[in-house]
Design a protein around this ligand. Sequence first.
Ligand code: KG4
Ligand code: ZN
Length: 341
Amino acid sequence: MLSLSEPIILAIESSCDDTGVALMRGVRHVLAQGLSSQIDRHSAFGGVVPEFAGRMHLQALLPLVSRVLGSAGLTDPAHQLGAVAVTAGPGLIGSLFVGVMGAKALCQAWGLPLIGVNHLEGHLFAPLVEHHELDFPYLGLIVSGGHTELILCHAPGRYERLAQTRDDAAGEAFDKLSKVLGMGYPGGPKVQAAAEGGDPKAYALPRPAFDGSKDFSFSGLKTAALDVINRARMKGQPPDAAGLCASFQAAVIDCLKARVLWAVEYTGVRSLALSGGVAANEPLRRALMSERGFTTYAPRAAFCTDNAVMIGAAGAVAYRAGRFSDLTLQPTPNWELTAGC
Ligand code: KG4
Ligand code: ZN
């Protein structure tokens, strides 16, 4: 998939609380990248505050573009770049707006084509950047703060959703548990760290049953964990936080694994691309990688959470296919991946 004749694409990601910029040649070659995280600003509130997020993207974006161009030694973007790719949705409207308007302005200034990328397609492509043996068709499990989706990726641009969450996203459930335990935001890494010292059988937490639907559901699990905390506090005792985190994490992993096993069986596809922030969870990666019958490809942690490299990878594929956007591109907060990109 790598060809030096491919153009360099400047990619921008700003759908939530991370401003990312990357320079990619094709799907695999990362020339430079940078990320400006807003976590410190939002953590006091236990989650992302959309108002702050938009403003901080505005402050961060253009200096980051300059820095990334500089670190790749590009001084003449109008002639050295082939296109600008930007996340156009789904995401927070104010955050998306900054990236999309910024990308449109750069395209106007440099006379470059624009590529609007679906954020979820970016996540699905993240494992392709480093795992060169991964190829279509593959199953994509996106587990992030906003999404939990199992997608059959037939070919670039052809996606079939097999399952999605009926309520909370997996990352959202991690974040909520962490918040209630007073461990801070984002919750996933804190829960993972706390779980290291805990017994995954400390609490019997529910696993949503496989009824007629293959969808995910995490609100029952979240409520059960919060009940444990409330009951302990009512008795004047702190809950066994390590045990609760370990039990909770084990339940999330079981739920995800059960749907993946079903999907492998149902589709006959034996490659799984794991992506999204929760894909950085080490026990989840180990659990899926140790399964026989299919191979799990997970990106490094920095490419699991939001980043512009994955947007550049999706942009490179769109470029090859001649899938460009025009300059009337608008941010689309609810852009469904399966509605076409
Ligand atoms: O993909 P991402 O950066 O942003 C969204 O598109 O949502 O995912 C962020 C989510 C947060 O909910 C965060 O708690 C979770 O990913 N996360 C983790 C881990 N690292 C990040 N969840 C579990 N274990 C982790 N190590
Ligand atoms: Zn994401």
